[in-house]
Design a protein around this ligand. Structure first.
Ligand code: CP
Length: 309
């Protein structure tokens, strides 16, 4: 049984195949509209979500399948004390594939054990978010035409941001990626990622405290929310927060073909005035997430458009 728990569960070849399939789905939507007829996707979301849950559900519907599930722990029997393993085991009798988000790191690993249907990690605590990573890789490949020879700046909460951790792991497998980590000291990338990924693989990286000092170098700027609740005191937050708000002025020194990404939700770390800049890719990114999840559902269920002809 194949699951997707960690972005490294997929080889580079498998990722390329998924991205090719997602591109083909965009071009030939009609070819795929019944490939999952009579199949069911369960979305088990123990934590809030807009994009991930709804794009999974839209993906299954556009493949001709059905969806069931819950959108909060409170509306499930988790609120009565049921374990994740029991919940998932029961749901595996109702659905052909499961997408699960849980606040506890590692919950999807535990749930996957002995499971008879594929399970997809839709985000586990501050750990991993592999389908956001597929979304990000698809966005980079479509917008930049490649996944290698790029300088990528990651900005904001690099300490707790699971999308950042997952994307670094995935991008570290491509040639000549130069990572620039832009964050306050309080939210810098955890040492284990620096050691296990950058240092172990001899990958170029640097850490800086403002985006202005590196803006002209960047091919991709990956913004994340600076989370006020992570700071030890409000004075530090107030002192630092404006360094991490992207606005038109900060983009004056940026490359003309910069790709501005954000996993969303945005709060105020990108000015809405940037939304009309042709370099703003974050809404397209959210849309690509639906197509790459369609490709992933098909692949894990072992269905193809050719069988349906
Ligand atoms: N990017 C992302 O995971 O968004 P949601 O929390 O809305 O699913």
């Amino acid at each position: 049984m194949r699951h997707l728990i960690d972005p490294m569960d997929l080889s580079v070849e498998e990722i390329n195949h998924l991205l090719d399939l997602a591109d083909d789905i965009i071009l030939h939507k009609e070819k795929y509209q019944e490939v999952c007829k009579h199949k069911k996707l369960a979305t088990l979301f123990f934590e809030p979500s807009t994009r991930t849950r709804l794009s999974f559900e839209a993906a299954m519907m556009e493949l001709g399948g059905n969806v069931l599930g819950f959108s909060s722990a409170n509306s499930s029997s988790a609120s009565k004390g049921e374990s994740v393993s029991d919940t998932v085991r029961v749901v595996s009798g109702y659905a052909d594939i499961i997408a699960m988000r849980h606040p506890k790191e590692g919950a999807p690993y535990a749930a996957a054990r002995k499971l008879s249907v594929p399970i997809i990690n839709a985000g586990d605590g501050g750990h991993n978010h592999p389908t956001q990573t597929l979304t990000d890789l698809m966005t980079i490949r479509r917008e930049k035409g490649k996944l290698d020879n790029l300088t990528i700046g990651m900005c904001g909460d690099l300490k707790f941001g699971r999308t950042v951790h997952s994307l670094i792991k995935a991008m570290s497998r491509y040639e000549n990626i130069n990572f620039i980590m832009i964050s306050p000291e309080e939210l810098r990338l955890p040492d284990y990622i620096i050691k296990d990924v950058f240092e172990k693989k001899n990958i170029k990286y640097k850490e800086v405290r403002t985006m202005e000092e590196v803006m002209p170098e960047l091919d991709i700027l990956y913004m994340t929310r600076v989370q006020k609740e992570r700071f030890f005191n409000e004075a530090d937050y107030i002192r630092l927060k404006d360094s991490f708000i992207l606005d038109e002025r900060k983009l004056l020194d940026a490359k003309e073909d910069l790709c501005i990404m954000h996993p969303l939700p945005r709060v105020n770390e990108i000015s809405t005035k940037v939304d009309d800049d042709p370099r703003a890719c974050y809404f397209k990114q959210a849309l690509y997430g639906k197509y790459v999840r369609m490709a992933l559902i098909m692949t894990l269920l072992g269905v193809s458009a050719d069988e349906n002809r």
